[in-house]
Design a binder for this molecule. Structure first.
Ligand code: 6LW
Length: 519
């Protein structure tokens, strides 16, 4: 799906040019960034999807190419108990002394872990576990010590029951990053500036000061980034009097819910922030929390501010780095030995339920679950990265009484699909909408033979259509509303995936190609 970036020579004109946000569209929240020489690496949360923690590379901070995932083996990533929006939360990536480290939390088993590698293309190590409560772990290396931060959670994330005596905030210990062993007790660092849910800590140094960057306000409309500083990694931390240093709360900006930032410094002395944000339409968003980039400026008192006076814009002036061009084609002909990196399954590798060799040049999926709301659905999908998009696939389906189809999936209880099935000896194409407890279907009969299944979307609707390759059968289903797949309806932390699936023990689907594009 991807080609190497073409690097154009930097010219004064190019360095003054702007870039568009988000730099990584679609469900890629909680970004964390590190720099190794002239190359940047970025990771984001992946929740119940397998493999875990998408990993990107860039040389200009604007064009990002996914190079793989950090967690590619079941021994690293146990999601068996992960419900929707559980599993992997908020990774941090750091490079120290020739080694890459990623820490994150598996909220569905094990808690915080650290993995490492010398080659970001993998393989990454087995996880080591750190015994500290909370979510959103981070790492800071200095003088041979590895400082390990996280937030403090009074109970499993998501409940937020109020204990009046409990102070939320950021805590820290020192760890051995190769064993996970704690080398000192955990100490409380900072309670934040007063917003709810202080989280997403990152500790870094600039000059003689240690800065503690955090998110507050919750990941919805009240989200913000605040900062404190100290003369030691242990504090005491002094809150920036001008906090927050980024927030879009109550602004009429097309970009909302900005927060959860991480900083990187360039050779030219400029600092940049990656952060999450959303682009709602009529107060709702369905393609998830996305990754944005913004410049960081420092005032004369040594406090940073993100973007244009604490706001992220749809366009900012580019970093002074040689500009690269887009890399991803969005088409998979299933001709390679392995699936392209964009694909993910649910909770575990799709394993023997998928094959690229059973029929060479085709992706074969076989059913294993009873229905599309099953947590163990035989599914391969990619993130819907653009509100306006189209996706299509050519399928030869042997569905038996099961289903072979194309799905727009938010979670187990919120998804729209179009599938081929057989009922009373007749083959049908069915469009089903599942919203919570409600399910509705429309169907029409088709004859045997290959079909092109397509879905397109805009702000308000998805449209499913089906065409037989002999041109004799064409059916366009009534558009269905995007709003019921939105985060505001479905809840949770994820975004819509567009995927291929098979349901039912006897169902087989052979897919010749899959094409996804922004429209
Ligand atoms: C993440 C927390 C948050 O751990 O949402 O945006 C949680 N903030 O920091 C899941 O993405």
């Amino acid at each position: 799906m991807a080609t190497e970036p073409d690097r154009a020579a930097a010219s004064p004109k190019q360095t003054r040019a702007t870039f568009s946000n988000p730099v990584i569209p679609g469900f890629y929240p909680d970004p964390s960034i590190c720099r190794v020489g002239e190359t940047f690496y970025l990771v984001s949360s992946s929740f119940e999807y397998f493999p875990g923690i998408p990993l990107f590379e860039s040389s200009d901070l604007v064009q990002w190419k996914q190079i793989g995932h950090v967690l590619t083996r079941e021994s690293q990533l146990d999601l068996r108990a992960a419900g929707p929006s559980q599993g992997i939360y908020a990774p941090t990536i750091r490079w120290h002394d020739g080694v890459f480290f990623v820490t994150a939390t598996n909220v569905s088993g094990g808690g915080h872990f650290i993995v490492h590698t010398t080659d970001p293309y993998g393989p990454w190590s087995e996880p080591v576990w750190v015994d500290q409560d909370g979510i959103d772990p981070s790492l800071y290396f200095e003088d041979g010590l590895t400082y390990f931060q996280s937030n403090v959670e009074p109970e499993p994330h998501g409940e937020h029951a109020v204990d009046p005596g409990f102070v939320r905030g950021i805590q820290q210990c020192v760890v051995d990053p190769f064993s996970g062993a704690k080398l000192c007790p955990t100490r409380f660092l900072w309670a934040g500036s007063g917003g709810r849910f202080p989280e997403a800590p990152h500790l870094f140094r600039r000059g003689a000061s240690y800065y503690l960057l955090v998110a507050e306000g919750g990941t919805e409309a009240g989200h913000m980034v605040t900062i404190a500083r100290a003369e030691s990694p242990w504090g005491p931390f002094e809150s920036n009097p001008a906090n927050p240093i980024l927030s879009h709360r109550s602004l009429a900006s097309p970009i909302q819910s900005t927060g959860h930032a991480d900083f990187v410094e360039l050779d030219d002395g400029t600092w940049w922030a990656v952060l999450l944000g959303t682009r709602p339409h009529k107060g709702r968003h369905h393609i998830g929390r996305e990754t944005f980039l913004a410049p960081v400026s420092w005032d004369s008192e040594g406090w940073p501010r993100i973007g244009e006076n604490g706001k992220v814009l749809a366009e900012h002036v580019r970093p002074t780095l040689a500009q690269t061009t887009p890399t991803s084609s969005g088409r998979d002909d299933f001709d390679e030995a392995e699936l392209a990196v964009e694909w993910a399954s649910l909770r575990r590798p799709i394993g023997s339920n998928s094959s690229l060799t059973r029929r060479p040049g085709w992706l074969t999926l076989t059913g294993r679950s009873a229905h599309t709301g099953d947590p163990d659905l035989s599914f391969l999908g990619r993130r819907q990265q653009h509100v306006r998009f189209s996706a299509s696939t050519l399928v030869e389906a042997q569905p038996a009484s099961g289903e072979v189809g194309l799905i727009a999936r938010m979670d187990e209880r919120h998804h729209y699909e179009m599938f081929v099935t057989e009922r009373s000896g007749q083959r049908f194409v069915v469009n089903r909408r599942v919203v919570g407890d409600m399910s509705a279907e429309n169907s029409f009969p088709v004859s045997d033979g290959p079909l092109i299944l397509a879905v397109s979307g805009n702000d308000d609707t998805y449209s499913f259509s089906c065409l037989s390759t002999d041109g004799l059968n064409e059916h366009n289903f009534q558009p269905v509303e995007t709003r019921y797949l939105s985060t505001e309806v479905a809840g949770g932390f994820t975004g819509v995936f567009i995927g291929l699936y098979a349901v039912g023990a006897g169902a087989t689907g052979e897919f010749d190609w899959f094409d996804y594009r922004e429209s």
